[in-house]
Ligand binder design. Structure first.
Ligand code: HEC
Length: 272
């Protein structure tokens, strides 16, 4: 085991111990316990390791062109990472479309490093066996927007269009149970087990939800990207999962990000 894995295990044990300690307390409401649990685990987030690994990947020459991603333009100019995520998704002139972080990273890996997009899209999410480079890179980039206010623009007609499409998808009911996103996410104060079910039509909830992803999932032992979060909800909705970095995914991300405008980005987060 290397040092970072050892530290990760130590952190996870601390998380587990605090959880057990809280669960054993009597006379405290579930919400209080959850709040206490969150407070106790907020100091050490194993996602920090993915942030570091992502930074290494960003700087390391790779792909057929043996180049690093340091010249990647995430919207604020070539190589600017600080604050970039707080303004994404956004319209990019060179690709003439609106891109979220993952789709933009894919463009950079393709153009700068020469990695075929199909190869990147084939392993979009980390598994227990293997980390996904694009997901790890995303964790690094989002970390560089910590504490920065979300300011996603809808000024460009294509940005506005993506937002409107995202809103339509959010409310579009279909599938075997006739569910839409809003079936589960348009009521306040509900919770499924340890997880609050945010009312994503209410600014405060939408902001808290969006600004805490990507997030380390304690139950899965992995840092999960926002695209993973959306895919998992498509699954909960009994819809087919959208293609990685597809127009539908980017539109839904645009809708969610704009609804979070004004709030400070607080990720990568930590979830049960
Ligand atoms: C069947 C109910 C259901 C549907 C439909 C659903 N979700 Fe979810 N959603 C959940 C649950 C449950 C969670 C918490 C999941 C967890 O802890 O694994 C969640 C979590 C989320 C979160 C993260 C909230 C946070 O605070 O961490 C976002 C964002 C989200 N959903 C967006 C969507 C979008 C967008 C759609 C439509 C594509 C959707 N959901 C459809 C049940 C649903």
């Amino acid at each position: 085991m290397n040092t970072s894995n050892v530290s990760k295990v130590v952190m996870l044990l601390a998380l587990a111990t605090s959880y057990v300690a809280i669960a054993a307390e009597g006379g405290v409401s579930d919400s209080d316990r959850i709040a206490q649990y969150r407070e106790m685990i907020s100091d050490g987030n194993p996602a920090d390791f993915d942030e570091m690994a992502g930074e290494e990947l960003w700087k390391k020459p790779g792909g057929p062109k043996n180049a690093s991603l340091e010249k990647c333009d995430l919207g604020k100019g070539s190589g600017v990472v600080k604050g970039a995520y707080a303004e994404m998704p956004r319209y990019f002139k060179d690709t003439d479309r609106v891109q979220d972080l993952e789709s933009r990273l894919m463009t950079c890996m393709n153009t700068l490093q020469g990695i075929p997009e199909e190869e990147i899209a084939a392993k979009p999410f980390s598994t227990e066996q293997k980390n996904s480079d694009i997901s790890t890179l995303a964790t690094y980039v989002v970390g560089q927007s910590k504490g920065i206010k979300m300011a996603v623009s809808v000024k460009h007609p294509k940005e506005k269009e993506a937002y409107e499409i995202g809103k339509r998808i959010f409310n579009y009911r279909a599938g075997p149970y006739d569910f839409s996103c809003s079936t589960c996410h348009a009521t306040s104060g509900v919770r499924i087990r340890m997880q609050d079910l945010p009312n994503l039509n209410v600014a405060k909830d939408a902001q808290a939800a969006y600004t805490s992803w990507p997030a380390y999932r304690v139950s899965q032992g992995l840092t999960r990207s926002f695209e993973w979060r959306l895919n998992d909800c498509f699954r909960q909705q009994r819809f087919p999962e959208p293609k990685f970095a597809s127009e539908a995914t980017i539109a839904l991300t645009m809708y969610s990000a704009v609804n979070a405008n004004g709030a400070e980005y607080a990720g990568p987060g930590l979830k049960r």
